[in-house]
Design a protein around this ligand. Structure first.
Ligand SMILES: [Zn+2]
Length: 443
């Protein structure tokens, strides 16, 4: 059986070990080590590494990894090994900063070297001690300071293993994005390790709904890899998107952002309005394309050129998303069907009523409609600008209608049993119901 050595510890089958991996030294000359937990099943299988806080202020992922550490028992691990690294960037974490004390971005310092800068050495240590020992990496992030992100997975979907885990994670939005080789994900991919990244929420907070989404996602991947019992739960809809863009402020001023992560916006819709402390002029920033809001700026102030909204284009998948969210304008009967179906799937007259009421809504009500429909459990899948777009898009409508109406019409994966799960998932609901509401509370 293959030897699994993490740090100085050789982890044997059936063992759970806590390992400290020396990263660097402080001004006091004392060592600074990274805590890692390794669980190894009795049976051989893939090694999955889950990492967080490569940016020291991105805290949601730390809690995801901590809860995994608490919840997964080595006896329950059916095969392979699970390596949990809750805090990669220990110096930045201790300083409450995104960056290392030398102001370098650890996630732009891979693959690094033994003799390079502080960042380069730490990156290289992480690569050699952890990443190269793994078959799969799930790297957990949040948006950077003063931004917030819709929970979504990023990965290079040209790689079949990445495609598999990216889909299994169960995020509604999957962004196909080859990684820069200076990032952990890029260095992993270059070394033949299949890596995905999960983005959720914002820095410097524990956001319970985002943590839950991350936790569900990692569990789903472990189930898909047959490392944990059970089948991965499917998202309420899934779109795979390739084209993302930043909408930027044109003028400096006071920024009033009118969209939230998860909102569907149409070309020409108002994204934000810039006003000025003196006078009554205003600058209206419109959506340059139709798409879904992936992330927004949080600070209500802008200089020209500030990135204020991250938008993914929805082209072939637009109809899928509109149907899944119960917001198709021109197809009233179909929308009603979805809304009714969603109500049936949710099994609750309260939520069903909300979905039905919002179903015929205009695009201005996108947020509310999305929340209602998503909460009620509409199911659909779609893929933008990818080879299978047509198939998935077509399938989505049928799945959404069929499932709700029939109660548990099996999808392509044959997992009809989870058809009603969406509506009753509790705290781990869905970005379209959870994240915008959370943002409103946090603001
Ligand atoms: Zn990050």
């Amino acid at each position: 059986m293959k030897t699994l050595k993490i740090g100085r510890a050789i982890v044997k089958p059936g063992q759970r070990r806590r390992v400290e991996i020396p990263l660097t030294e402080t001004y006091l000359g004392t060592g600074l080590a990274m805590p890692v937990t390794v669980l190894r099943a009795l049976r051989p299988g893939p090694v999955v590494l889950v990492t967080a806080a490569v940016h020291g202020d991105e805290l949601n992922g730390i809690e995801v990894v901590r809860e995994l550490d608490e919840e997964v028992r080595v006896e329950a691990l059916r095969r392979g090994a699970l390596v949990l690294a809750p805090i990669l960037n220990v110096p930045a974490f201790l300083a409450g900063s995104r960056y290392l004390p030398d102001r370098r971005d650890l996630n732009r310092s891979f693959p690094g070297s033994r003799h390079g800068s502080l960042a380069s050495r730490i990156a290289n240590r992480i690569l050699r001690s952890l990443v190269l020992k793994a078959d799969y990496v799930i790297d957990l992030h949040t948006a950077s300071t003063e931004r917030t992100n819709l929970p979504h997975v990023r990965g290079d979907l040209r790689d079949a293993r990445v495609r598999r885990v990216a889909r299994a994670f169960g995020s509604e939005v999957v962004v196909h994005k080859p990684a820069s080789r200076r990032t952990l994900r890029g260095a992993a991919m270059k070394a033949g390790v299949a890596a995905i990244l999960f983005e959720a929420g914002e820095a410097n907070l524990f956001q319970r709904d985002m943590v839950q989404r991350g936790l569900n996602g990692v569990r789903n991947v472990l189930r898909a890899l047959r490392m944990l019992e059970g089948k991965p739960a499917r998202p309420q809809y899934r779109v795979i998107v390739k084209r993302a863009m930043w909408v930027r402020a044109r003028k400096g001023g006071i920024l009033d952002i009118r969209v939230r992560p998860g909102d569907v916006v149409y070309r020409g819709d108002t994204i934000a309005i810039t006003t000025f402390p003196f006078g009554h002029e205003r600058d209206v920033i419109q959506a340059p394309a139709t798409g879904m809001v992936l992330g927004v700026h949080r600070l209500p102030l802008a200089n020209p050129g500030n990135a204020i909204c991250h938008l993914v284009r929805l082209a072939k998948t637009l109809k899928t998303v509109e149907r899944a969210l119960g917001m198709a304008e021109t197809e009233a009967p179909a929308t009603e069907a979805v809304a009714a179906a969603a109500a049936a799937a949710a099994g609750g007259p309260g939520e069903g009523g909300a979905a039905g009421g919002a179903g015929g809504g205009s695009k201005e009500e996108a947020g509310a409609t999305a929340a209602a429909a998503a909460g009620a459990g509409a199911q659909a899948r779609g893929e933008d600008e990818a080879a299978t777009a047509g198939e998935d898009g077509a399938e989505a409508g049928r799945t959404a209608g069929g499932r709700g109406a029939g109660g548990a019409a099996p999808g392509p994966g044959g997992d009809g049993a989870d058809a009603g799960v969406g509506g009753s998932r509790g705290p781990g609901r869905d970005p379209h119901s959870a994240s915008p509401r959370t943002d409103a509370t946090d603001a």
